[in-house]
Design a protein around this ligand. Sequence first.
Ligand code: RIB
Length: 301
Amino acid sequence: MKKILVVGSMSIDFIVTTNIRPNQGETVFGENFSTGFGGKGANQAVAASRLGAHTAMMGHVGDDLFGTEIIANLVQNEVSTDYVEPVTHQSSGSAHITLFDHDNSIIVIPGANNAFDLDEKEKWNKMIDDFALVILQNEIPQAVNECIVDLCWSKGIPVIYNPAPAREVTASMIEKVQYVTPNEHEFDILFPGKNRSEILELYPNKLIVTLGSAGAVFHNGSEEVRIPAFQTVPVDTTGAGDTFNGALAVALLNEIPIEKALSFANLAAAMSVSGYGAQGGMPTLKEMMESDLYEETWNFE
Ligand code: RIB
């Protein structure tokens, strides 16, 4: 059975909704406060699992109440936690999110998400053999990402690399992964000062730039192709990118051609913004199939 491994972050999101943003040194009243499950890694794992893929998470939580709840949430979403390790003397990862004017800004405190030990490389080497596809993001140390990419590369296991949040990476890392999925801002950090179309052409069927409500764009080897987004009224856009990546992984694992896979990922992302919290609106496969728009993407049957 083909399985997805997500190596990455797990966090508790602390979410403030506000109509006004404080300036430096200013105090304002906001509208609402809530907590939710997040971390780009965990979000992508939950998205893939809800869409029917056998999915496992690898990473670390703190030896605290949040860590216990994060693991329980993964289990509830049928994500395997066999490779999730609680670590002592570290708090679980947290993300501090401000929702303002239908969009978010986020401060991440990695905490236990950084607790990978590169000396465990041999263990990871064996573990990865169980998986047909690996997803990575940038909320764990870059050295760990590079190590996992090298292991996958040596075994021919495809990697979807979602370079979020943005940071510089080596050209070799981009060469070795199967797909790279930056948004526009992350693209500018990965390829500073470069023309997007020229870079897309350099990485055909690999580099996919997400454009929010404008969809996603890639180069198919002959021409640049934009896959339009599905328009919805967003309640909370947090986690839309993660839903996109999780859904893309599910489609590609099922050997769906890239254009249809992107359309499927776009629909999952569009549906995800209908609920509060990163995971609140993430659709199940059943919910996607019941959508009037599903026929426009990719049909499982
Ligand atoms: O991509 C959304 C996620 O980014 C949030 O859930 C938060 O945890 C941050 O890591």
